[in-house]
Design a protein around this ligand. Structure first.
Ligand code: 4AD
Ligand code: MG
Length: 477
């Protein structure tokens, strides 16, 4: 018998005869009431078991985590909190679950414990909600760009280029590690490697994306990127998903407009499609807030925060203005909020970013025109010769969510910059061709997908918004 999704049963407009539902038992109360979840919604459906006519042997096997199939009628529920329930006529245990051993007990588990059980944590309410929201957000990403006529480009995962010039790459090789071939100089002979050269996992699809933007006009990538940066923080993953639009003839202001419009669209879309999951996550967050001292509690609920982003323009502030603000701000000792007063030219630390966003502007901020020496080689040099047309979008509770720029379209300036940084022109000959043939102003940005999911779900650790996180010393699943 074909089963009906719990979501459809709960949203049914009438009672129904002879339906079948399949899912996993969350709880079994009084030898009678199963809370059944099938992942289609955060809500369980109550299944009322005819315990008098069910064998003890079967009743004993209805345990948390077991997979069951229930057949019966969808009737109006007498209990509070649900419109319908299933009056079970036939119950089948599809897969037993040893109640003693099943790690996902019907109680609150710590997030650390759940991370150690990443393969099972998705059976909890919170992770079910997070993963459904993540899925809808990724659909929203495609929906936004496709509606606007952007072309989706799949840039390579294995590449010879270090797009960010930061040297944080995972190497890819087919060479036998216990017997590496050496050349005459005694170095590893990558000519003998699979691709005949040294390769790595991509840190960004931008450079390849630019070549496509210079033909197709507007493109976007959305794929996994890899960084071997040893940052064990709640904002960094070694494998994360990035969305990188690139648009020919856009300058930095157009780029900011696009980023803002895009972020608003995907948040609005997800709020419309996932009201129940977001309500649940908001409730979860409120509970968590209650455990904090008053002064540290968030002033807004999750949905208020999301609405704030929809209704208010991001504050656009140059790096130089930001440094002035930081310099003029007195550390608030009472709240133990201390930060080093920054000098022009230094990179902002996350505590500076948080101060600007959370204390000073109380709004998402777009910082632009950064000092050239702290940003990547491909960014457009300003006429002052010191700053580049870079932009970072900073979000409350997250920090940097977007990094982007107008690109250096002038061949000579770009080559000079690469030389100064020791970036091999020969390696990037194909990238330089975009500047040789029909170069023009163009811009793009990268949005870290997990950081967006963090913001939308109100979670605080990036390990909790990706199915199987990869972080230093952790690739267990
Ligand atoms: O600022 P990033 O390094 O910029 C680029 O990669 C450019 N090529 C983007 C472009 O202009 N097309 O990274 C972009 C974003 C960051 O703002 C952040 O949200 C996310 O990617 N990000 C990470 N997310 C999770 N874990 C990490 N280790 C991340 N590193 C960057
Ligand atoms: Mg960045």
């Amino acid at each position: 018998m074909r089963h009906t999704k719990v979501k459809d049963l709960l949203n049914s407009s009438t009672t129904l005869q002879e339906i079948n539902a399949k899912g996993w038992v969350r709880t079994f109360r009084n030898n009678q009431f199963i809370a059944l979840n099938d992942g289609s919604t955060i809500n369980n459906i109550q299944c009322v078991v005819d315990f008098e006519n069910t064998s003890d042997e079967i009743l004993k096997r209805i345990t948390t985590g077991a997979a069951v199939s229930v057949t019966g009628d969808l009737v109006e529920s007498k209990g509070a909190g649900q419109k319908y329930e299933i009056q079970v006529k036939k119950l089948e245990i599809l897969g037993d679950s040893d109640a003693e051993k099943f790690p996902m007990q019907p109680k609150k588990h710590s997030l650390e414990f759940l991370r150690e059980n990443a393969h099972l944590r998705v059976r909890t309410n919170a992770f079910g909600a997070i993963m459904r929201v993540r899925s809808v957000l990724s659909y929203a990403v495609h929906s936004y760009f496709q509606q606007k006529g952007f072309v989706y480009v799949n840039t390579p995962i294995i590449t010879g280029a270090d797009a960010e010039g930061a040297g944080e790459m995972f190497q890819v090789t087919s060479l036998p590690l216990d017997n590496l071939p050496k050349n005459e100089e005694g170095d590893i002979d990558y000519k003998k490697d699979f691709f005949g050269k040294h390769t790595n996992l991509t840190v960004s699809g931008q450079l390849e994306g630019e070549t496509f933007a210079m033909a197709l006009g507007q493109i976007y990538t959305f794929g996994p990127t890899f960084r071997a940066e040893n940052s064990n923080t709640s904002r960094h993953l070694a494998e994360f998903w990035m969305i990188e639009p690139e648009v020919a003839f856009n300058d930095l202001n157009d780029n900011m407009d696009l980023a803002e419009d895009f972020i608003r669209y995907v948040i609005k879309y997800t709020m419309e499609k996932c009201p129940e999951d977001l309500k649940f996550l908001e409730g979860r967050l409120l509970e968590e807030e209650k455990t904090k001292p008053q002064a540290e509690r968030s002033e807004m609920t999750l949905l208020e925060k999301l609405n704030f982003v929809l209704e208010n323009n991001f504050k656009r502030v140059s790096y130089t203005e930001a440094i002035d603000i930081l310099r003029d701000s007195t550390p608030n000792k009472k709240k133990k909020f201390q930060y080093i007063i920054n000098e022009w030219g230094a990179d902002l630390q996350s505590e500076h970013e948080r101060f600007l966003v959370e204390k000073h502007f109380k709004s998402p901020v777009i910082l632009f025109d950064y000092p050239a020496n702290i940003k990547a080689f491909y960014m457009r040099l300003n006429e002052d010769g010191k700053t580049v047309r870079a932009m970072d979008i900073l979000f409350p509770g997250i920090g940097e969510i977007v990094g982007g720029s107008q690109r250096e379209e002038r061949f000579d300036v770009l080559v000079e910059k690469m030389k100064a940084l020791g970036i091999d022109e020969e390696e990037l000959w194909w990238y330089l061709d975009t500047r040789r043939f029909g170069s023009s102003v163009h811009s793009g940005f990268g949005l870290g997908f997990e950081r967006l999911v963090l913001f939308v779900t109100g979670m605080t650790n990036i390990r909790d918004v990706i199915p199987f996180p990869r972080t230093p010393q952790n690739a267990d699943f």
